[in-house]
Design a protein around this ligand. Structure first.
Ligand code: NOJ
Length: 514
């Protein structure tokens, strides 16, 4: 694993909504350059930027029309290269978003692939042999193109699946993974990676990384083999390149495919959901960090620990504050609850990922869908920098903004949070400062759950010489741990050691050295 990853803290930027430098109402590369010092000062040393390529934007850019062109609305390839160098000048790193599983239906490869005359791209996508033959078991579209065949899609209708083959082909139209056309798809994607790595990006967050080989087995053996081959090809030339997968199966992604990092993602009913966003039909949030929740940390740990333990000495299983696909954390957690949740997220192993605006508790807005965002749109609104027009996001008229800003008087902004000493922003900054200073946080194989008694909601965990203690509940609780001689280095709320016990005040998080 690359050395810098051990102390990496990522900041996710949704380029549409971060900072508009030219007053056209939408964020851009130069706007991001303006704000690099802000990101660095917060304590992040790496960036993941959502797709910024040429696209019809039917899925916010996850529908790529040309992998080697930037979307005009964000700037030119030269602007992006300038962003890469500015990031590096500041000692930071930046990952682009790679979308290897599908393209836009407007991509030239797909235009060619849909023609009835055979050509170089005929098998670049997955087509059945005739217009009335279904692609059994896979989502597909028929009746759209000149070619007699139905094609497989990967996500929305506008996103035809690229052809990496089938693990065990059963029908004539299903190609084996080593079919020349499938190998050509691989090579085309390796070429895209090289193109951006040569221009200075440090690697990629990989969209739907598990989706390449169709009818794969439960471990994703076929897809893992494709990734290993891709990494062999690309990393021979760019050994410093890093890759983080959208997979949520580190045993496969890190253990078998060779990614350095994988995300613990928010999938309904899973451990992440139970930690921060467990909404019922009435909108009530019963997740662990709600003061009045009935959840126990085991609900999360039972899922997290086996996966963590499987890869802890090979790569980073990363926790996130949120992302562009999720309802914002502040939707269901108040400031105190967010402080506890972030204290936990930023003291766990793996590189933390902070979704832009989560550090100030930006809210989820109820908005009509934009660019295929649907209910995700409310988490993609412009960054709130200050209390001026458009919260400092853009000089455009408010009605020309990509999305509206939070119009409420008490909308959190960077400016207001920086002024208030006990704000969420300052908690995040302080946590990241400690994370950077303590060597225990640079090792990622050292998590030990010390105490999580069934009868209370409090728990404690250790990473080498640091002990983290958390009581998310609304009343004082006691943990059976002996904290004699421990030195307290951080606290939200408070707690103290007493006769081989640790008493934690309501809604507290304490870090001790000991
Ligand atoms: C996951 C991305 O995070 C999401 O935004 C996108 O819609 C799908 N993959 C399809 O690419």
């Amino acid at each position: 694993m690359q050395e810098w990853l051990k102390t990496a803290v990522f900041y996710e930027i949704y380029p549409q909504s971060f900072r508009d430098s030219n007053g056209d109402g939408i964020g851009d590369f130069n706007g991001i350059i303006e704000k690099l010092d802000y990101i660095k000062e917060l304590g992040c040393n790496a960036i993941w930027m959502n797709p910024c390529y040429d696209s019809p934007f039917r899925d916010a850019g996850y529908d790529v029309r040309d992998y080697k062109k930037t979307a005009e609305r964000y700037g030119t390839v030269e602007d992006l290269e300038r962003l890469f160098s500015k990031v590096h000048e500041k000692g930071m790193h930046i990952l682009l978003d790679l979308v290897p599983g599908h393209t836009s239906e407007e991509h030239e490869w797909f235009q060619m692939s849909g023609q009835s005359a055979a050509n170089e791209y005929s098998e670049r996508y997955i087509w059945t042999d005739s217009w009335f033959q279904r692609a059994e078991g896979l989502p597909y579209i028929a009746g759209e193109r000149e070619r007699s065949g139905a094609y497989v899609i990967n996500f929305f209708k506008c996103q035809p699946a690229l052809n990496y083959g089938f693990l065990n082909p059963k029908e004539h139209w299903q190609k084996p993974m080593d079919h020349p056309a499938c190998l050509a798809t691989r090579e085309a994607m390796a070429d895209v990676m090289r193109y951006w790595l040569a221009r200075g990006c440090d690697g990629f967050r990989v969209d739907m990384a598990d989706s390449l080989v169709k009818n794969d087995d439960a471990e994703g053996s076929g897809t893992c083999a494709v990734w290993r081959d891709l990494f062999d090809r690309v990393c021979a030339e760019y050994p410093e390149a890093v890759f983080v997968s959208e997979w949520n199966k580190p045993e496969s992604a890190i253990g078998k495919a060779g990614f350095q990092m994988d995300f613990f993602l928010d999938w309904y009913g899973n451990g992440y959901h139970l930690l921060m966003r467990d909404y019922d039909d009435t909108g009530r949030n019963d997740s662990f960090f709600k003061a009045e929740s009935g959840r126990h940390i085991r609900d999360f740990m039972d899922e997290y620990l086996p996966k963590y333990n499987a890869v802890k000495d090979k790569g980073l299983y990363c926790l996130i504050t949120g992302n562009h696909d999720m309802v914002r954390a502040a939707y269901g957690l108040d400031e105190r609850e967010l402080k506890l949740a972030y204290s936990f997220l930023f003291t766990m192993p793996g590189a933390p990922f902070i979704y832009y605006g989560d550090e100030i508790g930006m809210r989820y807005l109820s908005l009509p869908g934009k660019e295929g965002g649907y209910t995700r749109t409310g988490s993609r609104t412009p960054m709130q920098w200050n209390d001026g027009p458009n919260h400092g996001f853009s000089e455009a008229d408010a009605e020309h903004l990509y999305l509206p800003t939070d119009g409420r008087d008490d909308a959190p902004t960077v400016e207001s949070q920086q002024k208030r000493a006990d704000s969420l922003y300052h908690t995040v900054k302080e946590l990241l400062r400690i994370r950077k200073e303590e060597p225990a946080f640079a090792r990622h194989d050292n998590l030990e759950l010390v105490s999580a008694p069934a009868e209370s909601r409090s728990f404690a965990y250790r990473r080498d010489n640091l002990i983290m203690l958390c009581n998310p509940s609304g009343h004082t609780e006691t943990l059976p741990v002996d904290g004699k001689g421990w030195e307290r280095i951080y606290a939200v709320g408070g707690g103290a050691c007493r006769d081989k016990e640790f008493v934690l005040e309501a809604q507290s998080f304490v870090i001790c050295r000991g």
